[in-house]
Design a protein around this ligand. Structure first.
Ligand SMILES: O=C(O)c1cc(=O)[nH]c(=O)n1[C@@H]1O[C@H](COP(=O)(O)O)[C@@H](O)[C@H]1O
Length: 238
């Protein structure tokens, strides 16, 4: 995989028109993420538009519900023929297992490749302080994310989403085949914004990320194409 193929760019915009404009502005991006904002506002047609352009798709709807409901949602998502789908690890093993089984059956029935189901361990906007004092989780943050990744792996999932700060530990424990996707990635010249547990793209890939998700440093740049190229160059110069 080339460096540019390991960068997933989110289409965090509110309309299909805005999404298409961004896709056409960044022809060098091969892997796009469709998240809650765009999918809720525009629905599935954006997936068809991406496929027409031979793009890979990360359908990031972060499912979190009872087992029967997440399984149904994963089955529906899998039938679109996307590459990656997210679910919260906190759904628990019964839901994760049922979702994985339903997703596989649905993809096979639709005759599309089976998407990789990956579990969000802990959102990258959550700090150690918030985990302890708001969410009342009695584990240290690195231990909690590792436990969530192991739960996902034991439930048959293909990978996990974590911050770059935990990715090295997860890579060492979960092995080379486990897909690790890290948002919360910021070049030194970009603002952190609401992300709390950040690293640079190069550090994240060196620490073991399979893919990095980089949004606003690219999409909010004056020249998104140049920002994307600059990030690729900074990784390659390492
Ligand atoms: O699942 C995700 O992609 C995700 C998980 C997470 O823990 N943190 C996180 O930021 N994301 C997504 O990654 C993207 C990050 O965007 P930027 O902060 O603009 O780079 C957003 O689309 C988030 O929805």
């Amino acid at each position: 995989m080339s460096i540019s193929e390991r960068i997933i760019v989110p289409l965090d915009v509110a309309s299909q028109e805005a999404a298409i404009a961004l896709i056409d502005q960044l022809p060098q991006v091969t892997f796009w993420k469709v998240g809650l904002e765009l999918f809720v506002s525009s629905g599935a047609p954006i997936l068809t538009r991406l496929k027409q352009r031979q793009k890979r798709i990360f359908l990031d709807l972060k499912f979190h519900d009872i087992p029967n409901t997440v399984a149904g949602a994963c089955a529906a998502a899998a039938s679109y023929g996307v590459d990656l789908i997210t679910i919260h690890a906190a759904t628990g093993s019964a839901g994760l297992q049922l979702a994985q089984t339903a997703l596989r059956a649905s993809a096979e029935h639709a005759g599309v490749p089976v998407p990789k189901l990956i579990a969000v361990t802990l959102l990258t906007s959550i700090s150690a302080r918030t985990l302890a004092f708001e969410l009342k989780v009695p584990l240290e943050l690195p231990e909690y994310t590792l436990e969530m990744a192991l739960l996902a792996q034991a439930s048959g999932l293909a990978g996990a989403v974590c911050s770059p700060q935990e990715v090295q530990q997860l890579r060492q424990t979960c092995g080379d085949e486990f897909v690790l996707v890290t948002p919360g990635v910021r070049p030194t010249w970009a603002e952190a914004g609401d992300q709390k547990r950040i690293m640079t793209p190069r550090q994240a890939l060196e620490a073991g990320s399979t893919y990095v998700v980089i949004g606003r440093p690219i999409t909010a740049a004056e020249q998104p194409g140049r920002a994307f190229e600059r990030i690729c160059q900074e990784i390659e110069d390492a």
